[in-house]
Ligand binder design. Structure first.
Ligand SMILES: *[C@@H]1O[C@H](CO)[C@@H](O)[C@H](O)[C@H]1NC(C)=O
Ligand SMILES: *[C@@H]1O[C@H](CO)[C@@H](O)[C@H](O)[C@H]1NC(C)=O
Ligand SMILES: *[C@@H]1O[C@H](CO)[C@@H](O)[C@H](O)[C@H]1NC(C)=O
Ligand SMILES: *[C@@H]1O[C@H](CO)[C@@H](O)[C@H](O)[C@H]1NC(C)=O
Length: 423
């Protein structure tokens, strides 16, 4: 048990650091004046009529080796510069590209039709400054990315260069798909595979739907979170299968109105709210619903994690977890308000993070450790308004019994396995 907890804590630490670092990188990028030089369309589309740009016609080569960055960027500039409905077509084939800077604002609505595969170049020297990520969409309204194709981060070639497990100030590797200040977007049908770092990262977005997407990376791949979001509202993740080496989904500070429905997660570290309270002036998390999900062989199921020595007050409230099936999950239900994975925590117990109005309803299945429920809240700000209804997760092993670890949590429970009621 001790070693499990230890290694799990280490992973959580790394996972959090990286989320924070990524957000910080965004904040920097965003603080700068956006690139305002207009894009000259390579082909003229009649105003309002829309246009279509096939990357092969612009010189891309789908042989899996030739760098097609120029053609893809040209397609973006043309599509973004044209009015009406604009489509970038990525046909069947394997197209290697370096960092793609998809900056708006665009004149019309851009659709990226991904029928083939994009492969992220493993020449890390190309990813720097404003081009730190692989595909970054910035300041764009009305975006669709859809198709049966794949964004393949080619992570196996660079994961060995991730030193974040050892080094607090590690250099982070490029995220695969970043939506930075994007409103009204749909990402559907595509696969994201083997990201160098996070597969998808949303920052300052509104009205984003991720639907029918597949995200896959090996369980042991470092920091390959599925979908992270922060400072974003009205985000839906629907009917999506995620298996990675880190959190399947993490809902960071400033997230509001988040629906996660019909997601399968595993392997991975589960579906998390947090980490909260690491930085000053983080915004609240509110109205997060996780419904009809299955977690399979993950280290956590549904988790809320916050620092005990948060730098400024922050509240996570109205979090609902409903109809969730756990299959061999190590920590199926976990609120950790004393999350303090690194040595700079003072653990003074003076928490500034409020966790309240959390509902766990109809959570069933099996746990791979005896502690199916862990609610570790702070003495100063206990978790309040925690409702557990029909929570019935049983330890799958035979050497111990199912149990709950609870402290400072105000819980009401009905219809739960009595060992788990936490009252
Ligand atoms: C989330 O679901 C609730 C109802 O369950 C709905 O009112 C809300 O509009 C949904 N939000 C999004 C972003 O889909
Ligand atoms: C569970 O995941 C671990 C790695 O995280 C893997 O080694 C193991 O085979 C998986 N078990 C099942 C039943 O999928
Ligand atoms: C409980 O959740 C499961 C999915 O995990 C679902 O099949 C079942 O219908 C739910 N039960 C109720 C009463 O909603
Ligand atoms: C059962 O699990 C608890 C919590 O992990 C542990 O403290 C205890 O020693 C275990 N008991 C046995 C008999 O293994």
């Amino acid at each position: 048990m001790a070693s499990r907890n230890h290694s799990s804590t280490c992973r959580i630490l790394v996972s959090f650091l990286l989320v924070a670092t990524t957000v910080a990188v965004f904040a920097d990028a965003d603080g700068k004046k956006p690139d305002e030089k207009g894009y000259a369309p390579a082909a003229v589309a009649a105003a309002g009529a829309g246009g279509s740009y096939d990357i092969i016609k612009l010189g891309a080569n789908g042989n899996g080796r030739t760098d097609s960055s120029k053609a893809v960027m040209e397609a973006w500039k043309s599509a973004c510069g044209g009015a009406g409905k604009q489509t970038i077509v990525i046909p069947k084939g394997d197209f290697v590209t370096g960092p793609m800077d998809f900056t708006g604002p665009c004149k019309g609505a851009v659709t990226v039709q991904l029928d083939g595969n994009l492969l992220g170049s493993n020449d890390l020297s190309k990813y720097k400054g404003k081009l730190a990520n692989w595909i970054e969409v910035r300041k764009v309204d009305n975006l669709v990315i859809s198709g049966k194709g794949t964004l393949d981060g080619q992570g196996p070639g660079v994961w060995g260069k991730n030193s974040c497990a050892k080094n607090y100030n590690c250099k982070i590797l490029p995220n695969t798909l970043v939506l930075n200040t994007v409103n009204n977007a749909l990402v559907s049908g595509i696969t994201l595979k083997d990201a160098k770092f996070f597969h998808m990262n949303m920052f300052r977005c509104k009205d984003v739907t991720v639907q029918g997407v597949t995200i896959t990376a090996p369980a042991e791949s470092p920091n390959t979170d599925g979908i992270h979001m922060g400072d974003s509202s009205r985000v839906s993740i629907v009917g999506t299968a995620i298996g990675t080496g880190d959190d399947c989904i993490s809902v960071g500070p400033g997230s509001d109105g988040i629906n996660i429905t019909g997601v399968t997660c595993g392997p991975g570290h589960g579906i998390s709210v947090g980490s909260l309270g690491r930085y000053k002036d983080e915004k609240d998390v509110r109205d997060v619903t996780v419904r009809d999900c299955v977690l399979r062989n993950t280290t956590n199921g549904v988790r809320i994690k916050s620092y005990e020595d948060a730098l400024s007050p922050i509240t996570a409230s109205r979090l609902t977890y409903e109809n969730i099936r756990m299959e061999g999950v190590a920590n199926p239900i976990i609120i950790d308000q004393k999350y303090c994975p690194n040595k700079i925590c003072t653990s003074s117990g003076s928490s500034e993070v409020t966790v309240k109005d959390v509902t766990f309803k109809n959570i069933t299945g099996t746990s791979s450790t005896p502690e199916a429920v862990t609610l570790v809240c702070s003495d100063k700000l206990p978790c309040s308004g925690v409702q557990m209804q029909d929570v019935n997760v049983q330890y799958a092993g035979t050497d111990n019994k199912t149990m709950a670890v609870c402290s400072n949590a105000q819980v009401t429970a009905t219809g739960c396995l009595k060992e788990l009621a936490c009252v």
